[in-house]
Design a protein around this ligand. Structure first.
Ligand code: GNR
Ligand code: NI
Length: 174
């Protein structure tokens, strides 16, 4: 397994619309395993292929605290959604930024698993939030897109400043 670099907002590659996975083969299984390792290491509860610069419809998640429920969703489709919930979201591609986002409370999803088998899933609460957040990534969307333009500009500036400080820090260390 390997850890993969995660793209950070406002990297334009995060805007790429992913194409369907053609076949769940050894390459896809390795990518899924590497994405799970990357997600656990970060640490995060979900990761979309878009975030590791692979533009195919694949996402991984695990909302358990014990890292005991890894899930792989290939070519996921939301069949239906109902209700709404507000959750304070974060994103590994937007480090240190948290903001309330309104999404469906309950969704029905269909996808292929790590073995290429078809499955259906009903999700609510945090799991539903996470799947919707990851599927947004596959469509080239980031959660800060739901914020006002002004707030999004503030996020960009804060990230640029964080990056500047981090770069200065690593210069001092060198
Ligand atoms: O680790 C993550 N936590 C999280 C918290 C609330 C709502 C969504 C998420 S997903 C995020 C990991 C990530 O960026 N996935 O794309
Ligand atoms: Ni994210």
């Amino acid at each position: 397994m390997a850890r993969l670099p995660i793209l950070e907002f406002p990297d334009p590659r995060l805007r790429t619309v992913a194409r369907p996975v053609a076949a769940v083969d050894a390459r896809i299984r390795k990518l899924a395993d590497d994405m799970l390792e990357t997600m656990y290491e970060a640490p995060g509860i979900g990761l979309a292929a878009t975030q590791v610069d692979v533009h195919e419809r694949l996402l991984v998640l695990d909302i358990s605290e014990e890292h005991s429920q890894p899930m792989v969703l290939v070519n996921p489709v939301i069949l239906s959604s109902e209700g709404s919930q507000v959750y304070q979201e974060g994103c590994l591609s937007v480090p240190g930024i948290y903001a309330d986002v309104t999404r469906a409370e309950r969704i029905q999803v269909e996808a292929l698993d790590r073995d290429g088998r078809h499955f259906a899933l009903e999700a609510e609460g945090l799991l539903a939030v996470c799947i919707q957040h990851e599927m947004d990534h596959l469509a080239g969307k980031v959660f800060v897109d739901y914020l006002s333009p002004l707030k999004r500009e503030l996020v960009k500036r804060k990230l640029a400043k964080q990056k500047r400080l981090a770069d200065e820090g690593s210069e001092d260390a060198a």
